[in-house]
Design a protein around this ligand. Structure first.
Ligand code: FDP
Length: 341
């Protein structure tokens, strides 16, 4: 018999390791038992995440029927054209999470400023999220996802919004929901990475893989190679090396989907600086940091150029960063090419 903390799982009769009857809620309650005296607010926050995921997943499935595809004509603070579903997903998360005691601050890619909710609770949390990563792909029915990062609120932060500006190493949990051919919830609370899939027939996320490990190596890179001439020389050297060493390329253009594929099959995801975006495109606080925590917890690596990504000391909520993350051997190949003069 396997145990997830104190929850005992009966072995399935077919000899496989997991009975696929452990829901995300069961898992979260079992996690809570690691911390005697826990208030339960962390579990309520994760329960709000699963509720949001189910609502957003159903909206995406019905998007064409309900005529909520396409842009709304406005841009967010990062200059992205907001899609109707960006707004719907953002409102869903704000409403579900905002109602939870224990949430001090919320910050979203779609809101210029963070939302200060309550800071008087005992040990409250800050939650940062990208409601719909890859949303420019929605009209073409490509996989998109929600990415989130959870930090402990720092009561000494002055002004209070500074509580959000903590390096990725301080994250207490991170995860993503991927709305693809199945709806997936990948979560780390700092003790490995667990993988859940929404069973639409019962409306619950079921644990399908515990402590997922990223393959050490796989000769696949994921980058928008059309920008190659605008990348710094080190990245161009890496691409030349990959071309002559039998590498293959896969680029969905939704980072959350590209990183999920790499988590499962191995490889490396790159979003380098470009001549027009010297700081890169990916947002540090709610895209790169949470995905980097997951990749690292699964045994992978994550860098911003030659600097460990999770160690970046943030200076702004919407700041961008270059990204290299994935299988450890593949990340090392890229970083080695950056270091050569
Ligand atoms: P999107 O703008 O569609 O939300 O950071 C956002 C992101 O997608 C990533 O998910 C994706 O990897 C990247 O931008 C795609 O950017 P390019 O079109 O420049 O390749």
């Amino acid at each position: 018999m396997a145990t997830i903390n104190k929850v005992t799982i009966m072995p399935p009769s077919d000899g496989s390791q997991i009975d696929k009857l452990t829901t995300l809620e069961t898992y979260i309650l079992a996690e809570e038992q690691r911390y005697p005296g826990a208030s339960g607010s962390f579990s309520w926050i994760l329960a709000a995440m699963t509720l949001s995921a189910k609502i957003i997943a159903s909206k995406i499935r019905r998007a064409r029927i309900e005529d909520v595809l396409g842009a709304i004509g406005s841009q967010n603070i990062s200059g992205d054209h907001q899609q109707k579903l960006d707004v719907i997903a953002n409102e869903t998360l704000l409403r579900c999470l905002g109602a939870r005691a224990g949430v001090a601050l919320l910050a979203s890619e779609e809101n210029d400023e963070p939302i200060i909710l309550r800071t008087e609770e005992d040990r409250p949390y800050c939650i940062l999220f990208d409601p719909l990563d890859g949303s420019s792909n929605l009209d073409a029915c490509v996989s998109v996802g929600t990415i989130f990062s959870i930090l402990r609120h720092n009561p000494d932060a002055d002004p209070i919004e500074r509580s959000l500006l903590q390096p990725g190493t301080k994250q207490v949990a991170a995860g993503y929901m991927l709305y693809g051919s199945s709806c997936v919830f990948v979560l780390t609370t700092g003790h490995g990475v667990n993988f859940f899939v929404l069973d639409p027939t019962v409306g619950a996320f079921m644990l399908v893989q515990q402590d997922i490990r990223i393959p050490d190596a796989a000769p696949t890179y994921s980058v928008n190679e059309a920008y190659r001439d605008r990348f710094p020389a080190g990245y161009q050297r890496y691409l030349d090396w990959a071309h002559t060493n039998g590498y293959s390329t896969r680029y969905i253009g939704s980072m959350v989907a590209d990183v999920h594929r790499i988590l499962v099959k191995g490889g490396v995801f790159l979003y380098p600086p470009t001549a027009d975006h010297p700081e890169g495109k990916i947002r540090l606080m709610y895209e790169a940091n949470p995905l980097a925590m997951i990749v690292k917890q699964a045994g992978g690596k994550a860098y911003a150029g030659t600097q460990p990504l999770l160690e970046i000391d943030p200076h702004a909520l919407h700041q961008r960063t270059p990204v290299i993350m994935g299988s450890p051997v593949e990340v090392d190949h890229v970083v080695k090419h950056l270091s050569v003069e």
